[in-house]
Write a protein that binds this ligand. Structure first.
Ligand code: ADP
Ligand code: MG
Length: 573
C-alpha cells in the first residue's frame, strides 16, 4: 500500500491542478476585461472633461468678445466729443454697468499721446499718463487690445480692454477696466469632483485668474508641462481643440489629469486639472468590487478544490486498501494450493510406513495367538513393535513438517539465511521428489550474506519453484539443482531442472495470474505470479531460462540486507 507521503502529494497536485485550471480563465477574463474597460472608461471620462473645458473656453471667449464689441460700438458711433465730456462719459459708463452687471469698472478716454483726457470710475485717475504703458503701445499698433491681468497703477488686479478709433483727425483710445472678480468667477465655476480646478495662464506662466488652491510653487512645472503638452501629438479632445496629458503632480505626488485649450487667440490658455483617482473614482470602485468578487471566487474555488480532492483521495485510499486485501487473499489461496500439492506427495509417502505398521501389527497379533512362550516369538514381537514405532515416528515427522508449514503465515520481515531455507524445503519435498524419481542437488555458497525477508514468503517462493520443477520432470524423472551464489551485494538463487521446458510462446505469460498448462485440479496458475509479487516487493528480480525438452532454470536475485541498509542510508541523505 502506498505510504502517506504518496497520498499527500497526490492531494496537493490535485488541489493545485483544480485551482489552476479554474482560476486561470477567471484571472485572464478579469485582466483582459479590466484592461479594456479601464481604457474605455478613461477615454470616456477624458472626452467628457474635454467637452466641459471646451464649453467654458467658448463661454470665456464669448465674454471677452462681447465686452470688446460693446466698447467698439461705443467708440465707432459716439464720437470723441461725447467721451470728452465727463458727465456724458459717466452716463455712458452707467449704462454699461447696468447692462453688464458691473463688469465694466471704469471707462476712460486717452489721446494719441497716452494722456487720459476723461475718466469715469471709482479711482482717482483723471490725468494719468499711459504713454509708457504696454497696453497703450499695443493698442496703437493693433487697434484692439485685451491686456493680461496686472496690478497696474491702482494696485488691484484687473485687465484692460482698449479700442482705437479716429475722430476729429486724431487717433483716440477708449479703454475700460474689467472687473477681475467677475471674470475670475467665470473660471472658478468649472468645478468637478473634489479636486477639479480651473485657471487661466498666459504664455509666460502668469496666472490670469486666482486658482482655488495656491499653485504658485507649481508654476515652472505647469508651464513646462503645458508647453510640452501643446506641442506634443498627445490625445486631443473635443474636436482636437483641447490638449490632454496625465502626469504626476510634483506637489501632491499623485497622477493628475491636465487639460489645456488656448484662449484669446492663443495669448492665454484655459487649464483644467484634476486628480486621476478623483476623476476615475467610479473606476476605482468598480475595480475594488471586481477584486472582491475575484477574492471570493478564489476562496470558494480553493475550498471546493480541497474538499473535493480530499474526498477523492479518501476513495482512492479505500480502493487501494481493498485491492491490497484481495492480493493478500490471492497469496493465501496460492499458499494453500502449494500446500495441497505438497500434501499430495506426502500422502503417498505416509502410505508406506502405515502399510508396514498395519502388517507388523497383524504379525504381532498372530504371535499373541500362538503364545509368547513359543520359541523366538517374544523377540519377534519386540522387533515388530520397534518397527511400528520407527514407522510411526516417521509419519509424525512428516505431518509435523506439514503442519509447521501450514501454520507459517506470518509476513514479518527478519534477517534470514537463504541456505537454511533451501535445505528445509529440500527436506520437506524429499518424499515427493523421490516418488517422482527426481535427483536433488544443492550447490550452496558458504559466504552467502543474509537477506531481509519474510520466512513464510520465502518458503512459498522456493516451494513453488521446486513444485514446478518436479512437475516438469514427473514423467521421466531427472535432476533438480538448487544453487545459491553471492553477486556483489545481491544474493542469487537458481532452481534448475531437466524437465520438459517452456515453449517460447508461453514465456511472456508465465507470470500472469491463472496462467497454467496443467490439468484442472492440479495447476492453479498462481504460483509464479505470487513469486513475482513477493520478489518485486523485496526490490529483487526473477528471470527464466528455458529450452523445450532440455530443462528450465529460474533465477531469483535478492538484494542482501547490507545492500538494503546502504540504500536506506543514501535515501536518507
Ligand atoms: P501452476 O504451477 O499452478 O500451473 P505456476 O504459475 O506455478 O502455475 O506456473 C505456470 C506455468 O508455467 C505452468 O503451468 C507451466 O506450464 C509453466 N512452468 C512453470 N515452471 C516450469 C518449469 N520449471 N518447467 C516447465 N514449465 C514450467
Ligand atoms: Mg506452480
Amino acid at each position: 500500500m502506498p505510504d502517506r507521503h504518496y497520498y499527500t502529494s497526490l492531494h496537493r497536485s490535485m488541489v493545485a491542478t483544480v485551482i489552476l485550471v479554474s482560476l486561470m480563465p477567471m484571472a485572464l477574463i478579469t485582466l483582459i476585461g479590466g484592461y479594456q474597460y479601464t481604457a474605455a472608461y478613461k477615454a470616456k471620462v477624458l472626452a467628457h472633461l474635454g467637452e466641459i473645458v471646451r464649453k467654458h473656453e467658448q463661454n470665456i471667449d464669448t465674454y471677452l468678445l462681447e465686452k470688446v464689441a460693446e466698447i467698439r460700438v461705443l467708440a465707432d458711433n459716439m464720437g470723441v466729443s461725447c467721451f470728452r465730456d465727463e458727465n456724458k462719459l459717466q452716463r455712458l459708463h452707467q449704462t454699461l454697468m447696468e447692462r453688464h452687471g458691473g463688469d465694466f469698472v471704469d471707462l476712460g478716454l486717452v489721446n494719441e499721446h497716452g494722456m487720459q483726457v476723461a475718466y469715469s470710475g471709482p479711482f482717482r485717475l483723471g490725468e494719468a499718463d499711459y504713454a509708457d504703458a504696454e497696453w497703450f503701445r499695443e493698442v496703437m499698433k493693433r487697434k484692439v487690445y485685451i491686456s493680461d491681468v496686472f496690478l497696474g497703477l491702482r494696485g488691484v488686479p484687473h485687465f484692460i480692454i482698449a479700442v482705437q478709433f479716429h475722430s476729429e483727425g486724431q487717433r483716440w483710445i477708449l479703454r475700460t477696466t474689467i472687473d477681475f472678480v467677475a471674470f475670475n468667477r467665470l473660471v472658478e465655476n468649472i468645478r468637478i469632483g473634489q479636486t477639479g480646478l480651473a485657471f487661466i495662464m498666459n504664455r509666460n506662466g502668469d496666472f490670469q485668474t486666482t486658482p482655488r488652491l495656491d499653485l504658485n510653487a507649481e508654476i515652472p512645472f505647469l508651464k513646462r508641462l503645458l508647453d510640452e503638452t501643446e506641442n506634443k501629438n498627445g490625445p486631443r479632445l473635443a474636436d482636437g481643440l483641447v490638449a490632454s496629458r496625465i502626469a504626476e503632480n510634483p506637489a501632491t505626488g499623485r497622477e493628475t489629469i491636465y487639460l489645456s485649450t488656448p484662449l484669446k487667440q492663443g495669448d492665454w490658455r484655459l487649464v483644467y486639472q484634476q486628480d486621476a483617482t478623483d476623476a476615475f473614482s467610479e473606476l476605482v470602485q468598480t475595480r475594488n468590487l471586481v477584486l472582491f468578487v475575484l477574492l471570493l471566487g478564489t476562496i470558494a474555488i480553493t475550498f471546493m478544490a480541497v474538499l473535493l480532492s480530499r474526498r477523492m483521495i479518501k476513495r482512492i485510499k479505500a480502493s487501494d486498501r481493498e485491492k491490497e486485501m484481495m492480493n493478500e487473499q490471492v497469496i493465501e489461496a496460492g499458499r494453500l494450493a502449494s500446500l495441497g500439492e505438497l500434501a499430495a506427495g506426502i500422502a503417498h509417502e505416509i502410505n508406506n510406513p502405515v502399510a508396514i505398521m498395519v502388517e507388523e501389527a497383524g504379525w504381532v497379533q498372530d504371535m499373541l495367538e500362538e503364545g509368547m512362550e513359543k520359541d523366538g516369538n517374544l523377540d519377534e514381537t519386540r522387533r515388530a513393535l520397534a518397527q511400528i514405532r520407527t514407522q510411526g515416528s516417521r509419519c509424525r515427522e512428516i505431518t509435523h513438517k506439514l503442519l509447521s508449514f501450514a501454520r507459517m503465515i506470518d509476513p514479518t520481515i527478519v534477517e534470514m539465511q537463504l541456505n537454511d531455507m533451501v535445505e528445509e524445503i529440500v527436506g520437506l519435498s524429499s518424499q515427493r521428489t523421490r516418488f517422482a524419481n527426481v535427483q536433488v542437488e544443492t550447490v550452496l555458497a558458504e559466504d552467502l550474506p543474509t537477506i531481509a525477508a519474510s520466512p513464510s514468503e520465502m518458503q512459498q517462493v522456493l516451494l513453488n519453484l521446486v513444485n514446478n520443477a518436479v512437475d516438469a520432470m514427473e514423467k521421466d524423472g531427472g535432476t533438480m539443482t538448487i544453487t545459491t551464489k553471492r553477486d556483489r551485494d545481491d544474493v542469487l538463487m537458481t532452481v534448475a531442472d531437466t524437465g520438459c521446458g517452456i515453449p517460447k510462446a508461453n514465456l511472456q505469460r508465465l507470470f500472469d495470474p491463472f496462467f497454467t498448462t496443467k490439468p484442472v485440479g492440479k495447476g492453479t496458475g498462481l504460483g509464479l505470479s505470487i513469486i513475482y509479487g513477493i520478489i518485486n516487493k523485496m526490490k529483487g528480480e526473477i528471470s527464466v531460462n528455458s529450452a523445450v525438452d532440455m530443462g528450465t532454470a529460474f533465477t531469483v536475485r535478492i538484494p542482501s540486507s547490507s545492500a538494503n541498509q546502504k540504500e536506506e542510508r543514501q535515501g536518507n541523505e
